[in-house]
Design a protein around this ligand. Structure first.
Ligand SMILES: [Zn+2]
Length: 248
């Protein structure tokens, strides 16, 4: 497979390289965006004519916020792109999966299916490819609609020393993927190397789990932001994106 030199570019200054907080640079959570598929480049700007707008979110304690890199010789890498599917059946039951306990990063975290953009095709197709790889669901025949809901800047590790460069900085594109079928009729076959459990959860129940206000014992392990007292919980970006999209 051809290796893609993909990344995120901000249309205020020059190409933005990884390590600096996108929200701090853009100075607004309401941003314009555009995808250049031939280069797998995702462009961000403010009030760009003809570009759609959406919200850009990041972590409560963004590790890149106020970072100032002094070393001009440091090897810069681009911010990478990922897609995430907030996949729901026709009755608003959402599919959420648990990262395998053997994963190097964020083991036992509950997340919506998704992954890195790897091919030069439209982002919706990339997102559905990841869904199929991780859950076995072939979405297209049962797709009702698909809509970009929000963007999230994800940084790893989640804490950085002053001047420390992040190992990974990713712009996650969160889609709502609405199916025209009931989950009872959808067969899930998880990718066992990366995922070790999954659940379909009604929208309001999932909001309660994220809010730490569920009383249902079967969902306690998932409650709140990872890592909770059970060494589990939901990824911060997934909570913020879901709440931003579905909280009344
Ligand atoms: Zn940030």
């Amino acid at each position: 497979m051809q290796k893609i030199d993909y990344g995120v570019e901000v249309h205020i200054d020059d190409t933005l390289y990884a390590g600096r907080c996108l929200l701090q640079i853009l100075k607004s959570p309401l941003i314009s965006y555009k995808y250049q598929q031939d280069q797998a480049k995702f462009l961000l700007g403010i009030d760009q004519q003809g570009w759609p707008q959406t919200q850009l979110l990041h972590g409560t304690n963004c590790p890149c916020f106020n970072q100032d890199y002094q070393n001009k010789d440091m090897k810069l890498s681009k911010i990478r792109l990922a897609t995430v599917a907030m996949l729901c059946d026709k009755n608003d039951n959402f599919l959420i999966t648990r990262r395998h306990s053997q994963m190097k990063t964020f083991p036992k975290t509950w997340v919506f299916p998704g992954g890195m953009v790897e091919r030069l095709q439209d982002l919706e197709s990339e997102c559905l490819r990841e869904v199929q790889e991780e859950t076995g669901i072939n979405v297209l025949p049962i797709l009702n609609k698909m809509e970009l809901k929000v963007l999230y800047e994800s940084v790893y590790p989640t804490q950085l020393q002053v001047g420390q460069f992040p190992q990974k900085q990713t712009l996650c594109i969160f889609y709502e993927v609405k199916l025209n079928e009931s989950y009872n009729n959808i067969k899930v076959k998880i990718q066992e190397s990366e995922v070790d459990d999954f659940k379909w959860i009604p929208k309001n129940q999932l909001l309660d789990i994220m809010n730490l206000s569920t009383n249902d014992q079967q969902y306690k392990e998932m409650s709140g932001i990872y890592p909770n007292q059970y060494g589990s919980g939901i990824g911060e970006g997934h909570i913020k994106a879901f709440m931003n999209s579905y909280k009344n």
